[in-house]
Design a protein around this ligand. Structure first.
Ligand code: CA
Ligand code: CA
Length: 383
């Protein structure tokens, strides 16, 4: 088997298993209405996605849904170019706190069964069950006793995405500075701490029977990286990274977020899930976009076809029991690492993914040409 199984378990979308069973009483159900607000057209297929609050979806986490309700386009009532509504319901939930989100798949290319197709594309409308409509803050739904049934939850989907998912290839590594200023390197080295090491990502097009993404050159819905140079305190300077030890290195706060996740050892043997997860953040090298190289200032957001990210030889180890430990330098395991890019729209792309799974492609009769970089070859070696 390939790395896809690991990825699904680790960071990508997992097809939810609805454990609803009317004969099994100790579960909870949720139901309500989805309100979709569009400026033109009618809603496509709707998906209400339920997440564990402790494992939230991007951009605040890398969680996968624990349950899903699908709404056929014909179930929406309302006029074109206005507000439409439809009922939704899920069942079989356990105790816990949940986030409820909505994805209206207006271009009909969402599939929960393949990781590369299980995300919101440009033109889809997204939203959530909200605390209040002013702050747009998602509200947790708490289930503190079983059985339970909570009805009347209104999920509002009013944000139609104008950006595409950030599909990318791993272009290579440089030492000292982003390409073309740095020196190219064959791999990343966890023992090198005195010279910045960069992972260079290149956005790409996807032409596949289940998913078409424009390349970075497209005028609309380009599959570029949406870079935001955060300046939340509005002092004219890009804010320091929220992690103080990263900020001490001069790293800044910006989107996209780039995460490396250990997938296999250097020989390609997938990691044992029982050993927990290793996650390292590679921080976008914002300097490349600012003077003297670039033209952007704090607070700007713009599309870039390339994304250099600084690799720091440190990772968070999340044990199977949830215990978190930071490992640095040689204590960080050598191996092959997957890459996740998270935009602040919540859109993500993961390499490797099912596009590069040759066995899966053969099973479904898909063409694998052009997708080798989306398979195991796209894993990043860290020695
Ligand atoms: Ca879509
Ligand atoms: Ca600032």
């Amino acid at each position: 088997m390939t790395f896809a199984l690991f990825l699904i378990a680790a960071c990508a979308y997992t097809p939810p298993i609805d454990s609803a069973n009317p004969d099994y009483p100790d579960t909870a159900g949720l139901s309500g209405t989805v309100l979709v607000s569009l400026t033109e057209g009618v809603p496509g297929r709707g998906h209400v996605l339920v997440y564990d609050l402790l494992n939230p979806p991007p951009p605040s986490g890398l969680g996968s849904p624990v349950d899903l309700a699908t709404i056929a386009p014909s179930e929406f009532e309302g006029a074109a170019g206005g507000v439409s509504s439809a009922p939704w319901a899920v069942a079989g939930l356990g105790l816990g706190s949940y986030l409820v989100t909505a994805l209206i798949d207006n271009d009909e290319n969402f599939s929960p069964f393949f990781d590369f197709a299980a995300g919101a594309t440009c033109g889809d409308t997204v939203g959530a069950y909200l605390t209040d409509l002013t702050t747009q803050a998602p509200a947790p739904v708490v289930i503190d006793s079983l059985p339970a049934q909570i009805d009347g939850l209104v999920v509002t989907a009013a944000k139609t995405l104008s950006t595409e998912r950030p599909a990318f290839d791993v272009e290579g590594f440089t030492l000292g500075a982003p390409a073309p200023f740095g020196t190219s390197a064959a791999t990343l080295d966890r023992s090198v701490t005195d010279t910045p090491q960069l992972v260079n990502l290149q956005s790409r097009a996807v032409n596949h029977p289940l998913l078409t993404l424009n390349g970075p050159e497209a005028e609309a819905c380009a599959s570029s990286f949406l870079v935001r140079l955060l300046d939340l305190d509005q002092d004219g300077e890009v804010d320091p990274h929220s992690n103080p030890s990263y900020a001490a290195l001069g790293l800044k706060s910006a989107y996209p977020k780039v995460y490396l996740i250990l997938a296999a050892d250097l020989q390609g043997n997938p990691v044992d899930p029982a050993a927990g997860r290793y996650v390292s953040e590679a921080v976008v090298a914002t300097d490349i976009f600012m003077a003297p190289y670039g033209e952007y200032v704090a607070g700007d957001s713009f599309l870039s076809p390339t994304l250099p990210a600084v690799f720091l030889p440190a990772a968070l180890h999340i044990a199977a029991d949830g215990t978190e430990t930071v490992v640095q330098g040689p204590d960080m395991p050598a191996g092959l690492w997957a890459t996740v890019v998270v935009q602040d729209t919540g859109q993500i792309w993961v390499v490797p993914n099912d596009l590069g799974d040759v066995a899966l492609a053969e099973q479904y009769g898909w063409d694998t040409e052009g997708f080798a970089s989306q398979g195991p070859a796209g894993l990043i070696p860290i020695q």
